[in-house]
Design a binder for this molecule. Sequence first.
Ligand code: CMX
Ligand code: CO
Length: 140
Amino acid sequence: MTATLEAVDHVAIAVRDLRAAEEWYRRAFGAEVVHRERVEEQGVDEALLRVGESYVQLLTPTRPDSPVGKFLAKKGEGIHHVAYRVKDVAAALARLEAEGVELIDAAPRRGSRGTTIAFVHPRGALGTLIELVQEGPHHG
Ligand code: CMX
Ligand code: CO
């Protein structure tokens, strides 16, 4: 069976104060922000810190009823999701669907940094919210 996952793209951490979190990573590890973006569809402001070939994605909500807003209210700050890099999000989703895995996104959508993404529900994924990330923009 061929492996779908190529790398850990990012580990995402929900935080209340993005600038304070960036500063914490800078002081603790010398980690620098390489990208900042607001993703309105997801209701988040994000900061990406490069860690080798991967990123740490610091996330803070732009509105309380967003996924990260609800997560912070319920669980507080902490790891929100793990994102795996794949060659082809649509193909990975088709495989998951064939395996009967519960998806959040039935089809690929636009992610930050000009990527194409999809989320897998934590309920059917060992309690972990999983994001699949494909380099390159989503068309369609
Ligand atoms: N990790 C693990 N479990 C989670 C979770 C998370 N991040 N968020 C919610 N859950 C669990 C809850 O604990 C709850 O479990 P129980 O049923 O056992 O109590 C269940 O999922 C439902 O939780 P909820 O608080 O009612 O939340 P919703 O169902 O409204 O939303 C989810 C949960 C995962 C469907 C929603 O957060 C989502 O659609 N996420 C995908 C999009 C996203 O996270 N966007 C922000 C990041 C954007 C980016 O990375 O670019
Ligand atoms: Co992410």
